[in-house]
Design a protein around this ligand. Sequence first.
Ligand code: BGP
Length: 483
Amino acid sequence: MKFPEDLLWGGASADFQYEGGFGEGGRGLLTSDYVTDGSVHTPRMMTYKCLDGTLGETPMRSSMPKGAVGCFHEGKYYPSHQAVDFYHRYKEDIELYAEMGMTTMRFSICWSRIYPTGMEEEPNEEGLLFYEDVVNECLKYNIEPLITICHDEIPQYLADQYGGWLNRITIDCYLKLCKTLFERFKGKVKYWLTFNEINALSGYSHLGTTSADEQTTLQAIHHLFVASAKAKILSMEMIPGSMIGTMYASSPTYPATCHPDDIIAWQKQRRNLFYFSDVMLRGYYPNYTDSFLKERGVTLDIKEGDIELLKEGALDYYSFSCYRSTTVNKDSHLGHSGMSFDLNPYLETSPWGWPIDPQSIRYLLNEVYDRYQKPIFIVENGLGYIDEVDENFYVNDQKRIEYLKDHFIEIKKSVEEDHVEVLGYTMWGGIDLVSLSTGEMKKRYGWVYVDMDDKGHGTKNRYRKESFYWMKEFLSSKGKNIE
Ligand code: BGP
């Protein structure tokens, strides 16, 4: 069994977890800049100032009170500001990727680095030059850049002035960003993601909306559908031959029992994911849309022309994050993105309680390919773990190696035995970065250790972990070490 030669391998990141460079190069403010650190026990908060000047905070996936705007509170730590400093260390990081033999690198664009408020007529050249350097550096080593245009955030100005994605003005601002990026990177970047985890977005930080209720969220998401379709249409004109996708948080769910009620609950829950990808990959709202919206008390405002745009702008490929699997029964509590987080008694969990289930990735690849018959890019997978570092900053991360090995075996089976078309694999956080859910640094994913703690203290120097050498061997031997 062999992986196809052209299957791309690399790591993935998001600007607000990785890049830093806050206040540098003409960068404007983003909604994600107001999110504090946290832990498993302390939720990450967004800090704000009300009209009367009082300060307040609210959980990351919620929204701020009417009239309040994002504001920094003295003494709080905001991880996005320095993240792990890719902004100044990108050459070193890309060189590490090259040393491993990587062939792709996924990163996201910080929107406000290109358009500081989102509303400017002209882009900020300094911001563009930064990403141009990153892209050129990748190409120097034959690393194919994979760009996420918008990863879970929006310029603060668009959020505070216009209510973010609830307002169709944001669609135009987003399209302006796409046009600028396509123009600058034509001939250099083939793979694009219009949005990250579109099925898991809600509230001020992600969508810039003043409410996080279902009506607001799903209306805003309709605008994201339209924006993505328009971006795809624009790409056909500006960068023909490119591949445009969107990323879905897709970790599989299994019915907790074979009781028919649990099977129905499972089917419904899967639709909480497929609602989003059905629209974007097939190009139309699916047959179960009415019941889906009715159950949530949502009425969509769909403007003339939107339906045609969705059809014309259907995506080229499906891409997903898959870290774990969960179970669902008729009484399960559904958390964000309509997911149940119930555990599976047959699976061990990571220190953050995420079940480890290599077979789930084969299950998911088949489930998605059966449904759409379009290629799939695995853009997030990996093990968030506590790394024990010795006095020389060496980490012997056997657990991560085991996780990757087991997942790669299942991906290989999907390709070789099930004939699923897989474009590539990017492990989350190739270089350690800040966790999205908890804001911690100690939840590490990388092949490369970054010397930094949960409060941002440390040199941020990079050190190769044991998994770095394992991955290098995996790539140079074309997967021999998983046989
Ligand atoms: C996904 C996000 C990423 C990332 C990842 C891992 O939801 O797209 O931004 O962080 O999950 O999650 P965490 O960092 O919470 O472990």
